[in-house]
Design a protein around this ligand. Structure first.
Ligand SMILES: Nc1ncnc2c1ncn2[C@@H]1O[C@H](COP(=O)(O)OP(=O)(O)O)[C@@H](O)[C@H]1O
Ligand SMILES: [Mg+2]
Length: 283
C-alpha cells in the first residue's frame, strides 16, 4: 500500500519545498515510485524539477476545483519513477473557491483515492499557511513531515501547527501520524543551530529525524537550474543529507536501505552544472 506524506509548516522559508523535491528524488532513486503534488500557488516545487511554469497546461487546481481526473494531470520528471502534478497560479484562488464547496476539506483526499496503489509514496508540498489547501493535504495524508529551520524562533508556531494536526485528527483524519520533524539549514559553525537541535529534541524526542539537513549553498542553487540536488551536485553535503533522510524515512517504514543507483545529469543541463561557482563555506 502506498503512503501519502504531507510536508507542512505554516512558516515560509523553512525548507518544505527543498525537502519535498530532494526527499522525493532520493526515494525514487531508491526504487520507489513517487508522485509529488505541488499545492503551493508559488509553484517552487514545480520549477524545482525544471518544469517551465509558463508552459504548464494542467495543474492540481483542475482536480481540486474543477473535478478533473488527477491521473490526467501527472507529468513525468527527469528522475525515473518520479512524477509530479504541478501547481499553477490559479491555486491562489483555490482557498476562496473551496470555502463554499461541500466536503471542502476532503476534496484532495477524494481525488487521491483514485490513485490508491499506484505509487509507493505521494508527497504533498503545502503552502505556507494553515488554510484550506494545507487542511486538505493533512486530511488526505497518512503522515506529516514537518521541517523546522534551525533559527532563533524555530519552535514558534509549532504549537499552532500541532493544534491544527490535532483538529484534523479529531474531525477529519483520525489516522494522521507525525512521520517526523526534520531540522533544516543547520549551520555547525553556530551555537544557535546546536541549541535549536537540543531544544527541538527535548520537546519532540523521537519524532525528530536523526538526519539533519545542513545549510548548503548547493541546495539553494539547485532550484535555479531546475534540478534536484541529486542531479545538480550529488557529492555535496546537502545531497548526502537528503539521501540519508530518504533512507531514514524508509527505515521508519520498515523498508530496506536504498539501493544506490547512478544518476546522470540530463544533456543540456550540464553546461549549467559546469558554470556553477565552486561552493564556499559548508559544502
Ligand atoms: N538546507 C538549506 N541550505 C541552504 N538553503 C536552503 C536550504 N533549504 C532551503 N534553502 C533555501 O531557503 C529558501 C526557502 O526554502 P524552501 O524549501 O523554499 O522553503 P519553504 O518551502 O518552506 O518556503 C529557498 O531559497 C531554498 O533554496
Ligand atoms: Mg515552499
Amino acid at each position: 500500500m502506498g503512503q501519502i506524506i504531507a510536508c507542512a509548516n505554516q512558516k515560509g522559508g523553512v525548507g518544505k519545498t527543498t525537502t519535498v523535491v530532494n526527499l522525493s528524488t532520493y526515494l525514487a532513486l531508491a526504487g520507489d515510485t513517487v508522485l509529488v503534488i505541488d499545492l503551493d500557488p508559488q509553484g517552487n516545487t514545480t520549477s524545482g524539477f525544471g518544469l517551465d511554469r509558463s508552459e504548464i497546461e494542467h495543474s492540481i487546481y483542475e482536480a481540486i476545483i474543477e473535478d478533473a481526473a488527477v491521473a490526467d494531470l501527472v507529468v513525468a520528471t527527469e528522475i525515473p519513477g518520479l512524477s509530479i502534478v504541478p501547481s499553477s497560479i490559479s491555486l491562489a484562488g483555490a482557498e476562496v473557491e473551496l470555502a463554499p464547496l461541500p466536503q471542502r476539506e476532503r476534496r484532495l483526499s477524494r481525488i487521491l483515492a483514485d490513485l490508491a496503489g499506484t505509487y509507493d509514496y505521494i508527497l504533498l508540498d503545502c503552502p505556507p499557511s494553515l488554510g484550506l489547501l494545507t487542511v486538505n493535504a493533512l486530511t488526505a495524508a497518512d503522515a506529516v513531515v514537518i521541517p523546522i529551520q534551525c533559527e532563533y524562533y524555530a519552535l514558534e508556531g509549532l504549537s499552532q501547527l500541532i493544534a491544527t494536526i490535532n483538529l484534523v485528527r479529531n474531525h477529519l483524519n483520525p489516522e494522521l501520524a507525525i512521520k517526523g520533524v526534520v531540522l533544516t539549514m543547520f549551520d555547525p559553525r553556530t551555537n544557535l543551530s546546536s541549541e535549536v537541535d537540543a531544544e527541538v529534541r527535548k520537546h519532540l524526542g523521537s519524532a525528530v529525524f536523526d538526519t539533519i539537513i545542513p545549510r548548503s549553498v548547493r541546495l539553494s542553487e539547485a532550484p535555479s537550474y531546475g534540478l534536484p540536488i541529486a542531479l545538480y551536485r550529488p557529492d555535496s553535503k546537502g545531497a548526502e543529507a537528503y539521501a540519508a533522510l530518504a533512507a531514514e524515512l524508509r527505515e521508519r517504514d520498515g523498508r530496506p536501505a536504498p539501493v544506490a543507483r547512478s544518476v546522470s545529469i540530463p544533456a543540456g543541463r550540464k553546461a549549467a552544472e559546469q558554470n556553477a561557482a565552486p561552493e564556499v563555506g559548508p559544502r
